[in-house]
Structure formats: C-alpha cells, structure tokens
Design a protein around this ligand. Structure first.
Ligand code: ZN
Length: 398
C-alpha cells in the first residue's frame, strides 16, 4: 500500500469500503457541480468501482463523522528487520485471503513469537485477532509481510471541503430545530479568560444547531467495536468527552490541551475538576468536537502499549463507572481553568511498553484500579443502606 499519483488523483488514503468493509488504497475527487465526492480505488478500473457520495446522503453529523473515519493515511509496510515494531496489543492492518482476493482488515496483535533471523528475512510469527472482515472475532497466525502499521489523523483539503458542504446542507435542513447560541454553555469561562482559545468552542459549536433528541446525555456504545470498557466516554448534546481520573492535582488544563494536540493533532478542551482534600489525585475531562476525534483520543489514551504519565509517573486512567453521569454543563460552569500559570515544572509524556517507566506506571495504575473497585463496592453498599432507610421512612409515615 503505497501512495502515488495517477493523473491528478493522489492515492494517499486507506479507505474502508462501504461495500465489503475492507481497507483499500484510494484517492478522492470532489465534483463541485454535482456536490459529490468520488472515492477512486487504486487497483481497480475506474467508474464501475468508484464509490460516490452526495452531500445529501448524510442525515446527521454522526453519519458524516462515521464517513470521515473511513479515511486514514496509507498504512506503513515494514522491512524484515523492523519486525520488533509490531508488538502485542497493537492494532495493525493486515491482509487476508489468497492472492486473487487479497484484502486488508484491522486486527489486534494477540501474540508475537519473535525468532532469531537475519535482517533480510523475518521468520517471526504473529497471532492476529481480527476486528472485522471474514475472520472477525477469530485469531489466525500470520507473517510480517502481511502486516502494516496503521497511520492516524487525516488532514486533507478535499475531505474537509466536502465535510463543510455536508455540514452546510445539514444546517439548512435542521433549521426547524431550535438554536442554541454558539458556545453558550461555556460563555462564562471563555469570556473570563481570553487565552483559553475561545475559537475552539466556536468549533464545538459547529454543532450549534442541536436537535431536540440530542439534548440528553447518553453513553456512547457504538464506539465499542470490540469488548472494551467504554465507560467514562460520554456525549452531551454534541459535546463528546472523556472523563479522566488519577490526574495530578495541580495539573494545568492548558498543558493537557497542548499535550493532546502535540501527540494526536486533535484540538481539545481540557478541564481539571476540584478534588477533595483527602484525595491524592484529581479528575478531569477532555472535550472534543466530533465522535471520530473522541474515538481517536480514546484509542490514544487507552493504547495498551503506553501510558500517559505526569512527571511523578502518575498514569492517566479513563473513568469507568456509571455513577458519575452528571450534567456536564453544570460541572463546567463552576470551573475556572487555571490558564494563567502553565506550570512549567509539571510535564506530561508517553511511556512505552518495555521501559522501566512503563512498568512503574502499570504498577500505579493497578493500584488505582484496585482502589477504585473498592470505592465502587462501598458506593453500592451505601446505596443499598440508603434504600433501606428510605423504605423504612416510607412505611413509618403510613
Ligand atoms: Zn522477525
């Protein structure tokens, strides 16, 4: 899968086809007149195999987000001496099928059996747990030559132009819904502090047209394309967010935003919630503007091969429990981000599997999870006891 130019089409994407759900090398062309996006496949004859999308094909922002998530940069093919870059837990793109019908699907590396070999010919074996395609849910063995590394983050002019057209079309359509002013729920914060990149919330507000059905907070199950714990990932209206725990208490939200942007190129808004004095950690939230960005962010934070840690080695943990579904609006309005002092002493970094720092972070995370499980148990017990008292109060009053 390599990128090259044929005519004026640049085959620079991997695209997950709506026909068979496999990844193909493709390029895109925007037909302004017809307001259509044509997806052209590199290894197929044109026209009959193109997938064509009209701006009117998208009923809402979610459908558009899902469509955009079908594109990513071309995956990276590895040389035989690079086999150690493929590690357990990593999601890769891999070929499946015989030579006549070779197709690409995503799979998680379930196990790696490295073997001693020369730089010219990798002899290692990889067990892949397929995420989609004909082997979905199965584990099969494969060789390095069938594996490529996934690249993330599509930044393409044609694609964003098409998105814009679709969004304009959606805005026209949803004019029957009531309007929420741009950045309304955050206006307090943004107006009180100019340095807080207020335009970010303008872009959250490209969803400033909110249909009635979107107003309720709800869990976000369609993200869990495998059996993942997706708790802590929530959506309020059009605000997609992740709740984090085990943050440094003096962590600066601006630092979080800068770090996320540096690592993922995602523009996010970050919050650190006030903690109780007995707590050794703080909670926080990261808000992004689209579901696809949320998914990427989730994958970045939850990548099993890495931890995000502070300078003391404390790892970020995604909140999992269902007890903390609160009204996000209310929570945010009470917060004043501490932008004025970006604490230069504090730092955030990624630590990788196989390092001492990773092992330390793992130990700290395990400790935190144990503590949290304990806490959840106590919360459940409290609820039961409270119920008993309430029931007794009811019967007493009769
Ligand atoms: Zn090898």
């Amino acid at each position: 899968m390599t990128a090259f130019n044929a005519g004026n089409v640049s085959y620079k994407f991997d695209y997950r086809s709506t026909n068979d759900d496999a990844w193909y090398n493709c390029g895109i062309v925007l037909d302004h007149e017809k307001q259509q996006l044509r997806v052209k496949f590199e290894h197929f004859k044109p026209i009959e195999n193109d997938e064509v999308f009209s701006i009117t094909d998208f009923k809402d922002q979610d459908q558009l987000d899902e469509f955009i998530a079908r594109f990513r940069p071309v995956s990276l093919v590895l040389d035989d001496n690079e086999c150690s870059r493929v590690i357990e837990g990593m999601t890769v793109c891999a070929t499946y099928g015989d030579e006549d019908s070779l197709r690409y699907f995503d799979a998680v590396v379930d196990a790696v059996y490295y073997k001693e070999h020369t730089a010219k010919k990798c002899l290692c074996n990889y067990m892949l747990f397929w995420q989609h395609g004909p082997q979905e849910g199965n584990i099969t063995a494969t060789k390095l030559e069938n594996i490529s590394l996934i690249s993330y983050g599509v930044d393409d002019l044609i694609l964003s132009e098409f998105s814009k057209l679709v969004e304009e079309n959606l805005r026209g359509k949803s004019s029957e819904f009531f309007l929420i002013p741009k950045s309304s729920f955050l206006s307090k914060i943004t107006s009180s502090n100019e340095t807080l990149l207020p335009q970010e919330f303008g872009s959250v507000g490209h969803s400033s047209l909110v249909g009635h059905s979107k107003g309720k907070e709800r869990f976000f199950l369609e993200l869990s394309d495998q059996d993942r714990d997706m708790g802590g990932v929530k959506e309020t209206g059009r605000h997609h967010y992740i709740i984090l725990e085990n943050l440094e208490r003096d962590l600066c939200p601006t630092l979080m935003m800068m770090f996320i942007h540096e690592q993922t190129e995602i523009t996010a808004q970050a919050y650190v919630f006030p903690n109780l004095s007995m707590e050794t950690y703080a909670r926080g939230a990261i808000v992004v503007e689209s579901k696809s960005n949320l998914k990427r962010l989730y994958e970045f934070i939850n990548n099993p091969n890495q931890f995000i840690v502070s300078s003391t080695g404390r790892p970020w943990v995604i909140a999992e429990d269902k007890h903390r579904i609160g009204n996000f609006k209310t929570n945010l309005q009470g917060l004043q981000p501490r932008v004025e002092n970006v604490n230069t002493d504090s730092e955030l970094k990624v630590v990788w599997l196989g390092t001492e720092e990773y092992r330390n972070a793992k130990q700290l995370k395990d400790l935190f999870i144990e503590y949290r499980n304990h806490l959840n148990g106590l919360a459940q017990r409290l609820e039961k006891e409270e119920d008993k008292v309430k029931k007794k109060m009811k019967t007493d009053s009769h």
